[in-house]
Structures are given as C-alpha cells and as structure tokens.
Design a protein around this ligand. Structure first.
Ligand SMILES: [Fe+2]
Ligand SMILES: [Fe+2]
Length: 295
C-alpha cells in the first residue's frame, strides 16, 4: 500500500494545477449559451482534456497492480469490493475519531470547508455516469439519483442540504482556499464521471463512496452534535450515516454485480476506480491531520 504518492515529482498533484482543473470543471459544466463556444474555448478545452487525462492516468498507474489482484467473478469481486470498507486505503483514519471527540468548532469548520469545497456533487456524478449504461445498472443509478433529489422534495435534496450547513457555519469554500488534495479528489471524480473511457471506473468510485461514507458521516455528525448543532442542522451527516448503508447494498447488488456478470473486465476497471477514490481520500485525511495538528 502506498498512500504516500510521490507528489513532489508530480506535475498534477499540486495546488496550481488542481486549482486550474477545478476552475475549468466549474466553467465547462455550467449551463451556457452558443455565443460562449469560441475558438479560444475549444482550444483551452482540448488542452485541459489532455491534462485531465494525464492526471487520471497518473492516479491509475498508482493503483493498477493492486486492482489487478481483485477477482473478476461476480461473487468474489463483491467480496473483495466490500472488503475495502475494513481495509481500504484511508479507512478508519484517526482523523475521524478526533473530529468526533476532540475537534473544536473552528477545527470542524475548517474540515467541513475543505470537504464542501471538494464536493463534486454526487447527484451530477451519478447523472453523468449513467449515460448508456445497461438497464439494471441504469435503473439503480436512477433510484440513487432520485434519493439525491429528495425524491422530488426540494427540502430533501442532498446538495442543498449540505449548502445549508455551509451557510449555518459560514464556511469558506473558495477554490483558492482549498488544499490541493481535496480539489484533486473532486477533480478525479469529475474526470471519471465525465469521460466515457472511465465509465466503469466511475461506477466503482461512486460505489466505494456509498460503502465508506456512513462511518465518516457518523463521526462527523457526532462532532457536530458535540459542538451544539441541532438535529436539523446536522441532517446531511445524520442522513448519510444511515441512508448510504442501503445505497451501498443496492449499488453492489443492482449495479456492480450485473455489470461484472456481463463482462469481467469491468471488475478490474471498477476496482481501479474505487482505489483511485480511496487513495484520493487518504491523501486528504493525511493533509487535514497535518494542517490541524492531529497527532
Ligand atoms: Fe447523498
Ligand atoms: Fe448515497
């Protein structure tokens, strides 16, 4: 296991590059008008797409051997995938027990500002990933997306729920004030969801978020309760501590399993995507601990 990716020598695992990629993602995914499609934009898009591809290939290079060891038959692959919850990179990082039991209000605010700034929007990632997927997986992504949409109730939408917490705690979520590790996590998720060459990677990466989020959410919710936030203020984290257990089970049964049954090569791609996501998370936790002075 190599959590410490040699980022000293990487042209991608850096503040300047990740900020540039974050700004480009924000701009290219924003609804716009035909008049904004200029020659300069096409040439910038082409350049950024190439850099984004090289970035994700560097992350892939880091996990390719580990992912090659994942089984490619459905039952064995699901066992391997679910095993990431206990032993995957960054799992049970001591940052989270510290957040639950010790962090003060400003320390929790800083952590949440990094997490909120690095949030690529799970709903949109699911929507981008489901394009042209086989029916069973597509239906599972649709059900998951509908939950993200609060099943049609604006107050139950997950994105705005997190935004409300951001407002309550007056969090600074500017790209310039976000550490590159957090930007890299969001940029990697966006790269996999938006490029069809990484569609199976994205299914794996989103699935491993569902698998691992409940534990982190429960610890974060405990910290927020300790500093005095009410149930409705903590709702985003209380909700994900519970709902994502079901989301994970359904994602594994209805998306991952049938996709691997159809084509075992997808198991390796999903394993790579899941590991890319987990190593990105592990780099964040390590950086947060360093900046927060957590022993
Ligand atoms: Fe959610
Ligand atoms: Fe979920």
């Amino acid at each position: 296991m190599a959590t410490q990716l040699e980022h000293g020598s990487s042209q991608f695992l850096r503040q300047d590059f990740q900020q540039e990629l974050s700004r480009w993602n924000r701009q290219r995914l924003a609804p716009a008008f035909p008049s904004e499609a200029t020659a300069a934009q096409f040439s910038n898009d082409r350049n950024m797409l190439r850099l984004e591809h090289a970035f994700i290939e560097e992350l892939r290079e880091h996990v390719v051997d580990e992912a090659a060891d994942a089984p490619t038959t459905p039952d064995a692959f699901i066992d391997w995938f679910e095993g990431l919850k206990a032993t995957g990179p960054g799992q049970h990082d001591r940052l989270f027990s510290w957040l639950a039991d010790q962090a003060d209000r400003d320390e929790l605010r800083w952590f949440l500002s990094q997490e909120a700034a690095g949030e690529a929007g799970f709903d949109d990632l699911v929507a981008l990933t489901q394009v042209k997927l086989p029916t069973r997986a597509k239906l599972e992504l649709a059900r998951n997306y509908w939950d993200e949409m609060g099943r049609g109730n604006p107050k139950g939408m997950h994105g705005p729920m997190l935004n409300r917490l951001t407002d309550i705690l007056d969090l600074d979520t500017q790209i310039e004030h976000t550490v590159w590790e957090s930007l890299a996590l969001a940029n990697a998720m966006t790269a996999m969801a938006s490029s069809r060459n990484y569609a199976w990677h994205s299914v794996g990466a989103l699935g491993v978020i569902e698998l691992t989020a409940p534990d982190r959410s429960a610890h974060t919710a405990k910290g927020l309760r300790r500093i005095g936030l009410s149930g409705s203020e903590r709702r985003y984290f209380d909700l994900h501590a519970v709902l994502d257990i079901k989301h994970s089970r359904d994602w594994n049964d209805e998306a991952i399993r049938p996709l691997v049954e159809e084509d075992p090569r997808r198991a390796t791609a999903m394993a790579e995507g899941a590991l890319i996501r987990l190593y990105c998370g592990a780099r964040c936790f390590e950086r947060y601990r360093a900046d927060l002075g957590v022993e």
